[in-house]
Design a protein around this ligand. Structure first.
Ligand code: XMP
Length: 505
């Protein structure tokens, strides 16, 4: 593996993803991880990430003693390079000016740049610079403002770059990272096939010959892919429980059932629509809705588990970003409770099976293709656990859900039909409680207003509203009002996140 020691850069995860894209397994550990912890990962190369600190800060984060002495290639990025240089006896100074943004390398060469030709645009974000080289090192790249932009020591196999090769703003950064992998002599075999084989072997080992596995299906890509993987690993010792809470989109249940059953997954659907509606009756507070749905979900799931059981294992589609131990904790303010429906408490008395704990979402999508998950599920936008309940503002009723479901279907099908679906990270329709006056034919109408929302985002923490073409929006507006008679007004949400959130509740 390539071990990335995280010193707090916002780009650290990107480094790991780049290596994974290059078919090499890589893990992120906190910068100060013990030597022992690092060795556990069997490192064939180490990356020291960037970070907000200066090597002169009193509390500057540093790797554990011995890590820098390991006989593997080490690449320092930004802060990582400064740290490497300083440790080797070089000098780092606060530069007169901060270099931020794109910079052209005026010269470059050496092992890291092997095979790279022409212009090299590098993304910079630093205020400290290496001013004096440590012994044994040479400068292998520079920019106008930064004479020491990349360094290498071929003998000890220590490398440093002041810029960020992992971001898209460094277009040839991928080649540089590939060169580092070559230097590490690492086999690039982290492919979808390989991942699937390993995961299946891992599940079989954990579950044994007899163990029975329970899985909750949400209709999303993670749990669906997990169902396919587990079915391959343990066959019908897997029971996949799909709770239909009545808050799903049009035809969603049938779609998921067909796809999974067709692939040999033993799927049990629990129709709990009435039960959920009963508990949601008259509830208009968004957080209250989430609480009720979460609680009922667990209750229904529990009951199904009892009826289908006994089970020894509970499978969950936990992903790597949920478990990365990295510098700088999360600690974000609780804007919405975001409990995932399907996120079950751990005291259900099962052992957890979490095969995707080491994977990024892109990797799950890749193995989903290999396992034969249909593309319309595989490439689906995220859908919140509480479903349409938080898109139906105020108290939820069957009638309102029915309207929303039809509007959502027109919008989402329209996006697909116009080839715009994949340009959006998430798209949704909201049924507002607003009723207003309109005219259709010669008749006055007094009907609902729906809002359409589409966003682009990388991490869903911030988002931009998608600049959908006016003509497309016009078509959607016409179709919705014509096909869904309870609606006479369509608006498009042009607010980013922040200040708005993606969902309206
Ligand atoms: P917001 O609205 O907070 O949404 O900008 C960010 C992302 O989270 C999803 N979301 C939820 N997912 N349970 C979920 O499983 C929830 O209660 C929930 N609320 C929001 C939302 O769809 C978006 O992708």
């Amino acid at each position: 593996a390539i071990v990335i020691l995280d010193f707090g850069s916002q780009y650290t995860r990107l480094i790991a993803r780049r290596f994974r894209e290059l078919n090499v397994y890589s893990v992120i550990l906190p910068g100060s991880s013990s030597l022992e912890r690092v060795l556990q990962e069997n490192p064939q190369g180490i990356v020291l990430s960037g970070g907000p600190s200066s090597v002169y800060d009193e509390n500057a984060p540093r790797p554990d003693e011995g890590v820098l002495d390991l006989d593997v290639p080490i690449l320092g990025v930004c802060y990582g390079m400064q740290y490497l240089a300083q440790q080797a006896g070089g000098d780092v100074k606060r530069a007169g000016k901060r270099e931020y943004g794109k910079a052209d390398l005026t010269e470059y060469g050496g092992q890291l740049f092997e095979g790279i030709e022409g212009e090299f645009v590098a993304w910079m974000s630093h205020s400290d610079s290496v001013t004096q080289l440590p012994q044994g090192y040479e400068v292998v790249a520079q920019t106008e403002d930064t004479p020491v932009t990349a360094i290498e020591n071929k003998v000890t196999r220590r490398y440093g770059v002041q810029f960020h090769p992992e971001v898209v703003h460094t277009p040839k950064g991928g080649q540089l990272l590939t060169n580092f992998l070559t230097i590490c002599g690492i086999t690039r075999d982290w492919t979808a096939e390989h991942i699937v084989d390993e995961l299946i072997a891992g599940v079989r080992e954990q579950v044994g010959e007899e163990g029975r596995v329970l899985l909750g299906i949400s209709g999303g890509v993670d749990s669906s892919t997990l169902a396919l993987l587990l079915a391959r690993a343990v066959g019908d010792r897997l029971t996949a429980v799909f709770v239909d809470h009545g808050l799903l989109r049009l035809n969603e249940r049938a779609q998921v059932e067909t796809a999974l059953r067709g692939a040999g997954v033993n799927i049990v659907t629990v129709d709990a629509r009435e039960e959920f509606m009963r508990h949601l009756e008259g509830v208009s507070d968004p957080e209250q809705k989430r609480k009720i749905i979460g609680r009922e979900f667990i209750r229904v799931f529990d009951r199904a588990a009892e009826a289908q059981g006994p089970f020894d294992f509970l499978a969950q589609g936990t992903l790597y970003p949920d478990v990365i131990e990295s510098a700088g904790g999360e600690g974000a303010a609780n804007i919405k409770s975001h409990h995932n429906v399907g996120g079950l408490p751990e005291d259900l008395g099962f052992q957890l099976v979490e095969p995707f704990r080491t994977l990024f979402k892109d990797e799950v999508r890749e193995i989903a293709a290999l396992l034969g998950l249909p593309d319309d599920i595989r490439m689906r936008h995220p859908f919140p656990g509480p479903g349409l309940a938080i898109r139906c503002l105020g108290a939820v009723t069957e009638d309102k859900l029915d309207i929303l479901r039809r509007v959502d279907d027109v919008f989402i099908s329209g996006l697909r039909e116009h080839g715009l679906y994949d340009d959006c990270s998430q798209a949704l329709a909201v049924l507002t409680p607003i009723q207003s006056v309109g005219v259709m034919g010669d008749e006055r109408t007094y009907s609902y207003t729906v809002a359409l929302r589409a966003v682009t985002t990388g991490d869903f923490m911030t988002a931009e509203w998608a600049r959908l073409p006016y003509d497309f929006l016009a078509t959607m507006s016409n179709r919705i009002v014509n096909q869904v008679h309870e609606v006479n007004r369509v608006v498009y949400d042009i607010t980013g996140k922040p200040p708005a959130t993606i969902e309206w509740e």
